[in-house]
Design a protein around this ligand. Structure first.
Ligand SMILES: Nc1ncnc2c1ncn2[C@@H]1O[C@H](COP(=O)(O)OP(=O)(O)OP(=O)(O)O)[C@@H](O)[C@H]1O
Ligand SMILES: O=P(O)(O)OC[C@H]1O[C@H](OP(=O)(O)OP(=O)(O)O)[C@H](O)[C@@H]1O
Length: 209
């Protein structure tokens, strides 16, 4: 029985391939530097490489059985599938950051720039605050530096980008890591193959922190 897996391209895939290899899956073709997107060499595991926000689209449509993607994306997009395993890679966290002169208690409505408007909105809702959301696609740190926004909600890992742009963390929101999500129907039809894969990955994923 073949399991078809969508992997989020970029950092997520880079960090997950060693885990899949350690779990006994032949990832050699995926490790080669190329522009290939579909890998069907192994009869047991087929892979597709997609942009992170597209992983759930493939999963929701049943085109793939399993998606491997950051919890940031899962939280932002919301979904009805089974989030079955925290792979404990791709660890980072959401933060609220801005220039050091930012006043978290400013009386005017805050302008918040982010790649994650739903996550940012729900954070400010829990704070009982109505903010203006500015959705941007990247280089988020630039928004408060240029005066376009009062603050940002973004991901940080090493803190380098914040430091090099002289931004300060004002609040730490939720932690992020890579998760394995399973299509509901696939879980019924391919239960034993999916649980075997999960067990193998559980044995090789990093320790809990
Ligand atoms: N330091 C980090 N910054 C951003 N994402 C990280 C970081 N560390 C791990 N991640 C995870 O990696 C994913 C993003 O990977 P990556 O930056 O390669 O993709 P991307 O943002 O789509 O890149 P690009 O837009 O440059 O193609 C996130 O969804 C998150 O789960
Ligand atoms: O704390 P650090 O280790 O410095 O990582 C954080 C940076 O990484 C991500 O950006 P990404 O590299 O995805 O680039 P982007 O600006 O194009 O989104 C994130 O949006 C931060 O800018």
């Amino acid at each position: 029985m073949t399991l078809t897996i969508a992997l989020a391209k970029g950092r997520t895939t880079e960090q997950v391939l060693p885990l899949l290899s350690a779990a006994g899956i032949d990832c050699m073709p995926l490790q080669e530097k190329s522009r290939r997107l579909l890998f069907t060499d192994d009869p047991d595991f087929h892979f597709v490489l997609v942009k992170a926000p597209d992983v759930l689209t493939y999963l929701n449509r049943g085109t793939v059985d399993i998606g491997i993607v950051g919890s940031d994306i899962l939280e932002e997009q919301g979904h009805q599938q089974f989030d079955l395993l925290d792979l404990r890679t791709g660890r980072c966290r959401f933060i609220l950051a801005s220039t050091p002169d930012f006043d978290p208690y400013q009386t005017s409505r805050k302008r918040i720039a982010t790649k994650y408007p739903h996550i940012a909105q729900s954070y400010f809702q829990t704070q009982g605050e109505d903010v203006e959301m500015i959705k941007i696609e990247g280089s988020v740190e630039l928004a408060p530096l240029t005066g376009m926004a009062d603050a940002i909600v973004d991901i940080t890992e090493t803190g380098t980008t914040l430091r090099e742009n002289h931004l300060k963390v004002f609040a730490t929101l939720t932690p992020v890591s890579t998760h394995l999500v399973v299509n509901r129907l696939a879980l019924k039809q391919k239960k034993s193959a999916i649980y075997q894969l999960i067990q193998a990955l559980k044995r090789v994923r990093p320790q809990e922190v």
